[in-house]
Design a protein around this ligand. Structure first.
Ligand SMILES: NC(=O)c1ccc[n+]([C@@H]2O[C@H](COP(=O)([O-])OP(=O)(O)OC[C@H]3O[C@@H](n4cnc5c(N)ncnc54)[C@H](O)[C@@H]3O)[C@@H](O)[C@H]2O)c1
Length: 320
């Protein structure tokens, strides 16, 4: 299969693109490389804005995977207009162009953030999406724009990912397990704002594997799929990260707990992805921490600004 990965130089794309290549697919990336480019040389990266992509550029591809846009709440809140344009309009535009160009499938990187605040219920893909914050709303907009293009010869798949964690060559330390790992090592402390809040989590290797399953799924498969390893409270995540770091590094780590409110609280079921896509995640929190620990030397003192999306984004904002 010939695949175009939009935003493929990011955190998830830097794991997914080589995985797709290893599975025998031909992979090209279009990315503005906001956070650099850590992809292997075997993958061609075209550095330009996805809004300039035309049907002519797309016509030789079989499928497009969308991993671009603004990928967290701080970026979305810093520039809500840009957020709605890149997360809502851009995927809709590209799905429209991909269908025009005759591609067979469009896969959209959605988020469980669309669910918003749910109370003690396991949400599946038919559950209400009650988010009321820019990132969640924009991911829902993007998802709807893409799914709207579904047709007999054009499959559309949206993977609603839990928070993704673990090591990627394009590293992020603004994701829950990764942040806790960082402060556990650098300050011997993990800060928890609200221990009772629920989050679905997934390792970056498992989410990449879910995209591979979506690429290779039968043509008649379309729709929305939750993809998470499991649901944890933030307090449980902190304890699991602390235990793993303590046993790997022989240090003592303190957990500092506050009681800050959070607009997001959700638990999801990934049963539909298991049944229809053969999604079978294997990496829990301990394995996420092990993968982070295995690359400890790569991070230095954790201060590189590209590890934190909002830092790079604030600097880029003047150029938009
Ligand atoms: N990381 C997570 O925990 C998570 C969870 C759920 C959903 N998602 C979604 O998955 C996708 C990928 O996440 P990530 O963590 O890899 O993000 P990331 O920020 O690391 O990567 C996004 C990439 O998109 C590129 N990009 C953005 N707008 C572009 C444009 N207009 N033209 C060309 N390139 C552009 C950036 O340069 C960057 O390399 C995002 O859509 C995000 O919303 C991520």
């Amino acid at each position: 299969m010939k695949l175009l990965i939009a935003g493929g130089a990011g955190y998830i794309g830097s794991v997914l693109s080589p995985m797709l290549q290893a599975a025998g697919h031909e992979v090209n990336v279009v990315d503005l490389c906001w956070f650099g480019n850590y992809l292997p040389k075997s993958i061609t990266v075209t550095e330009h804005d996805l809004f300039t992509v035309t049907p002519e550029d797309l016509k030789d591809y079989d499928q497009l995977i969308f991993l671009a846009g603004l990928s967290n709440d701080p970026m979305a809140e810093f520039d809500p207009a840009m957020n709605f344009i890149h997360n809502g309009a851009l995927p809709a535009y590209l799905a429209f162009r991909a269908k025009q160009a005759g591609l067979s499938r469009f896969i959209y990187a959605s988020s469980c953030s669309v669910y918003g605040y749910t109370v003690d219920e396991l949400y599946d893909e038919s559950s209400p999406t009650v988010c009321d914050y820019p990132y969640g709303i924009s991911k829902l907009l993007g998802e709807r724009g893409v799914l709207q293009e579904e047709g007999d010869s054009f499959s559309t798949i949206a993977l609603r990912q839990g928070t993704v964690n673990g090591y990627s060559p394009r590293m992020r330390f603004d994701l829950i397990v990764n942040t806790m790992f960082k402060t556990a090592l650098s300050e011997k402390k993990i800060r928890v704002n609200h221990p009772g809040i629920w989050r679905p989590l997934i390792d970056v290797r498992d989410t990449a594997a879910a995209f591979v399953r979506a690429v290779e799924a039968d043509q008649d498969i379309s729709g929305v799929f939750n993809v998470a390893y499991d649901n944890f409270t933030v307090g449980q995540v902190a304890e699991a990260v602390r235990d793993s770091v303590e046993s790997l590094f022989d240090i003592e780590v303190e957990i500092e707990t506050k009681s800050v409110s959070d607009l997001r609280n959700y638990k999801v079921s990934s049963e539909k992805a298991r049944q229809k896509l053969g999604f079978a995640p294997v990496y829990g929190i301990e394995e996420m921490v092990q993968s982070l620990a295995a690359h400890r030397d790569f991070y230095g003192d954790f201060s590189r600004k590209e590890f934190y999306n909002i830092q790079v984004f604030k600097e880029l904002a003047d150029k938009f």
